[in-house]
Design a protein around this ligand. Sequence first.
Ligand code: PLP
Length: 231
Amino acid sequence: MLELEANLQAVRRRIRAAEQACGRPEGSVRLLAVSKTQPATVLRAAYGLGQREFGENYLQEAMEKQDALADLDILWHFIGPIQSNKTRPIAERFDWVHGIDRLKIAQRLSDQRPESMTPLNVCIQVNIGGESTKSGVAPADVAGLAHAVAGLPRLRLRGLMTIPAPTAEVGAQHAAFRRLRELLERLGIPGLDTLSMGMSNDLEAAVAEGATLVRIGTSIFGRRPRAKGRA
Ligand SMILES: *Cc1c(COP(=O)(O)O)cnc(C)c1O
């Protein structure tokens, strides 16, 4: 667990340094700990070190951890692809959903969000590089989807999210994140305050381009075993 503490501190330092490097106020970037494949005991340890927001990709795995950690005051983010037959537990058990890329999914989440809960915070996922294999809405279709989602009663549209094609080339990292920021600015929808962008390998570029929330897995928890293709 000593390693977890050192990793978490190192990531917090990277975020602070990135904020300072571009003159953004300290604390303007939230850290989402991406805990897919990590057992509940590890999330509990991170919570003990002050981490409150966790991102999960696989619904079944996430629900097991939510049950095991029900005594903790965690903000749960669903960041994986969403199947339309799995929207109800997502609507009932999460605080945020980052991967909205179809109106049908958004509509179902809104319909299924319990009245007793606050509206579900959502981000629209944008396929910024136009890679055909990736999920996310095309940049040209963001505005139409965003205005429709913003009108749904039980959702609160917070902003945009992207997972750019991995590249070590810093200029390309900046270009992708800048595009997402410009798309958000152009929407002109009041209340949008979130750019969910930046992962372990590109958080500095994301913060420089205006990220308000970075999604970090590997740099906190170490390398994951290879994905098993679960839902
Ligand atoms: C796995 C994942 C991350 C974290 O990636 P790392 O490179 O491990 O930091 C961030 N966002 C999404 C959507 C992910 O699936």
